[in-house]
Design a protein around this ligand. Structure first.
Ligand code: CUA
Length: 357
């Protein structure tokens, strides 16, 4: 092959290095400014959120310029040193550059080590045990959350917290892996079968937020959201008192369990539509006309409408309404609910699910 001189040796004025670095630095400054101007997070509603936002800004300031600089140099080189049409010659042989290699290993090593130490200090700070913690047991299941306040003996489908009091969440799951996340608190923790994971948060802003499941957990993952209310201390105490008096979670209160409360407390509303309970889920069948469906499918299965509905709750794998995915409805309700509670739920569903007629 004929030896043709390389293009860069062949009549280009000056060294392109300064020009390349100048373009790279300008692009890096612009890129960093844009990312810092972006609003990455929702309202900040917990003491730790400020530290996490600062950490995120530091990560942006360190990583964005490097990314933009490297990409600019790469794109510049591809464009500036491209081969002319018909130039089939090899590049000049390069043996390496020890000084450059030491520099590009040492700088990232120092950066990553520094960031790891900073992150560790911040996490340690956020996770420190605090006095007067409110303990809340969080349980994920397909596709809802329940919250239990062991000291107050209250269970609720809604997460209600007093403002300015540290909360210690103990996170569990009944089935698959979920992830407990309130974006306004920033912290997130996976709910892992057989394991209790923990996070500590001190909400410092009264308001309404949402728990989001942040781990793909099945067909209803996107609807796995529950309300969070942060209240002043007096409002929280009043809420606890009301829960204990009313047995709103369908717990062991004295009176007959309310089917409607059981329906929402057990998360049925996150997958099913039922106008009477204000539920709009669409993972499972609509229940507004469950009486007619129970008559029809029950007859085919030689069981009464009542038994059909009961079976659908305690043994949902036995029969799936055509057109709906199998193996989605949790099988835990037969264990979690008492016979009285299941009776109340079945009666309620047949009463309000009588269709339009
Ligand atoms: Cu639970 Cu996604």
């Amino acid at each position: 092959m004929a030896e043709t001189p390389r293009r860069e040796d062949n009549g280009h004025e000056g060294h392109p290095f300064a020009q390349m670095i100048t373009i790279g630095v300008v692009a890096a400054v612009i890129g960093t400014a844009i990312t810092l101007l972006m609003s990455w997070f929702p309202t900040n509603a917990a003491g730790s959120a400020g530290k996490i936002d600062t950490l995120y800004d530091v990560l942006l300031i360190v990583s964005v310029p490097i990314f933009v600089l490297v990409m600019t140099v790469a794109i510049y080189s591809v464009w500036r040193f491209r081969a002319r049409p018909g130039d089939m010659s090899d590049g000049a042989p390069i043996h390496g550059n020890t000084r450059l290699e030491i520099i590009w290993v040492t700088i990232p090593f120092l950066l990553v080590t520094g960031l790891a130490i900073y992150g560790w200090i911040t996490l340690n700070d956020i996770e420190a045990k605090q006095p007067d913690e409110l303990v809340v047991n969080v349980t994920g299941q397909q596709f809802t959350w329940t919250f239990e306040y062991p000291a107050q003996k209250v269970k609720s489908p809604e997460l209600v917290l007093p403002v300015d009091r540290p909360v210690h969440f103990k996170v569990h799951t009944k089935d698959v892996i979920h992830s407990f996340w309130v974006p306004q608190f920033r912290l997130k923790s996976d709910a892992v079968p057989g394991v209790t994971t923990r996070i500590r948060v001190k909400p410092d802003r009264v308001g309404n937020y949402e728990v989001v499941c942040a781990e793909l957990c099945g067909i209803g993952h996107a609807t796995m959201r529950n309300r969070v209310r942060v209240l002043p201390k007096t409002g929280f105490d009043a809420w606890i008192a009301k829960q204990r008096g009313g047995g709103a979670a369908g717990g062991g209160g004295g009176g007959a369990p309310s089917g409607k409360q059981l329906f929402t407390a057990n998360g049925c509303d996150s997958c099913h539509t039922l106008a009477d309970a204000g539920a709009t889920g669409n993972v499972g069948p609509k229940l507004d006309d469950i009486a007619a469906a129970a008559a029809k499918f029950g007859k085919a299965r030689h069981e009464s409408a009542r038994n059909y509905v009961r079976e659908s709750i305690v043994d949902p794998r036995a029969f799936t309404v055509p057109g709906f995915p199998k193996n989605v409805m949790p099988t835990t309700f037969g264990k979690d609910l008492s016979k009285r509670q299941i009776d109340a739920l079945v009666g309620y569903l047949l009463r309000v699910g009588g269709g339009k007629g």
